[in-house]
Design a binder for this molecule. Structure first.
Ligand SMILES: Cc1cc2nc3c(=O)[nH]c(=O)nc-3n(C[C@H](O)[C@H](O)[C@H](O)COP(=O)(O)OP(=O)(O)OC[C@H]3O[C@@H](n4cnc5c(N)ncnc54)[C@H](O)[C@@H]3O)c2cc1C
Length: 392
């Protein structure tokens, strides 16, 4: 009997959790073959890319090394095509991998196409290389204005990091919403005061219409001079799933059933930012805190299916939003399972330590899961916010 082929696409926070869990749980089984495909051998700590953009070096974390001993095979390459009927994926246009079950975890990137000029003139934090290119530019700037487009949490963290590292630069944060808009009023006020202390000039309630070589044009016609533009606004996913005929939502994310399987192609599990996952409180939004559990759940479900059992519904509730404000300050907003803010939050050095602990935790967590897969199966399930009638 030929082995059941599981292919994991993407070794980011979610794909890596699935890969390690599958490798560890299928270790020694000759009837299961796990293959992990990723663009690079190095694990990209996306949570640190705003730090990499100011010249702080990222750790060398090797995906194939971590997979060693699990039996999972690593293929370095770029996924260029997917044929959902033939159950095949194309890598670098010259290699084809066939699967019986696919875990799709190709993540997301900042949306560089919605606003004209972003693709041509703005920097992004879409990959470690992109962050390093920006770091090089910032290090040589010596003065002038850096505009950060997008006042979401990535924009806030990036603006704070750049302003702290380069006090001689004028850092402008532009966006529709107020920075920290989803936090409770006191946490939001702390975050905004920290940005002010760091000298970040905030313009909220504005819409960027166009990015030009040396300026950003706003919807009202006003323009803001910029020596460097960093774009953090919106997200975009790979077009591969949609092109292959999988049911996707308006953002191109694979629409998943309660067990994280594609609603149109149940042999495809969708995890992390690339998946549209509905919970009792609504659609999940892309985070590492929610992405890792999706990877674990997909792996556990695949192993259950191989044993002839039905996968269980996926349930997840948010618990915190940690936001760095440079290296010595942060806000950690604790949340209800639906991500709405609780009254309790942390600030200052203690919050900065909390944030660093959270940021550093995925890699050791994978190491633990490799030895003890059950250790990865604990996350907040969201209680009444995610309870489905008839389940506990
Ligand atoms: C600066 C920054 C700070 C952030 N901070 C936080 C935070 O504090 N907390 C939090 O919860 N979230 C944070 N996020 C969001 C978080 O990083 C994402 O939600 C998370 O990375 C999603 O995990 P993922 O596994 O779905 O995708 P990713 O981690 O993006 O991994 C996708 C992987 O797939 C690979 N890939 C993509 N396309 C292809 C292809 N065609 N072929 C081969 N390989 C491919 C990529 O190279 C990557 O390795 C932050 C994001 C940024 C940019």
């Amino acid at each position: 009997m030929s082995a059941h082929r599981v292919v994991v696409l993407g070794a980011g926070y979610a794909g890596m959790a699935a890969a390690i869990q599958l490798g560890a749980r299928a270790k020694g089984r000759e009837d299961v073959q796990v293959t992990v495909v990723n663009a690079q051998e190095r694990f990209t700590e996306r949570l640190r890319l705003h730090m990499a953009a100011t010249g702080q070096s990222l750790a060398e974390l090797s995906v194939p090394e971590l997979l060693e001993g699990t039996g999972a095979r690593f293929v370095r390459g770029w996924v260029t095509g997917m044929d959902a009927d033939a159950k095949a994926v194309r890598i670098d246009d010259d290699q084809v991998l066939h699967y019986d079950t696919l875990v799709y975890g190709l993540g997301s990137v900042a949306d560089t196409v919605a606003v004209p000029g972003v693709e041509d003139y703005a920097y992004t934090l879409n990959s470690a290389q992109d962050a390093e290119v920006l770091a090089d530019r910032l290090a040589r700037l010596g003065g002038g204005t850096v505009v950060v487009g997008g006042s979401g949490l990535t924009g806030v963290e990036s603006a704070a990091e750049i302003a702290e590292r380069y006090p001689e630069l004028n850092v402008v944060l532009l966006g529709r919403g107020e920075p920290g808009a989803a936090m409770n009023p006191k946490a939001k006020a702390y975050l905004q005061a920290a940005l002010q202390r760091l000298g970040v000039e905030v313009h909220s309630g504005v819409e960027v219409a166009k990015v030009l070589p040396h300026a950003v044009e706003l919807a009202g016609g006003e323009s803001v001079a910029a020596d460097v533009v960093l774009w953090t606004s919106g997200t975009r996913v790979s077009p591969l799933a949609a092109a292959a005929g999988l049911t996707v939502d308006e953002y191109g994310r694979i629409v998943a059933d309660t067990a994280l399987r594609s609603v149109s192609h149940p042999e495809v599990y969708a995890v992390g930012d690339a998946a549209a996952i509905r919970q009792g409180y609504g659609l999940m939004h892309g985070t590492c805190q929610g992405g890792m559990p999706t990877g674990v759940h997909a792996a556990v479900s695949i192993v259950r299916e191989l044993k002839g059992k039905q996968p269980k519904p996926f349930r997840f509730g948010y618990y915190h939003t940690p936001v760095s404000l440079g290296r010595n300050d942060a806000v950690v907003q604790f949340t209800h399972p639906d991500d709405s803010p609780r009254r309790i939050f942390l600030t200052g050095r203690f919050a900065a330590r909390y944030k660093e602990t959270v940021t550093a935790s995925p890699w050791p967590t994978y190491g633990r899961m490799k030895k003890m897969p059950a250790s990865g199966a604990f996350w907040p399930h969201g209680g009444r916010f995610t309870r489905v009638r008839g389940t506990r």
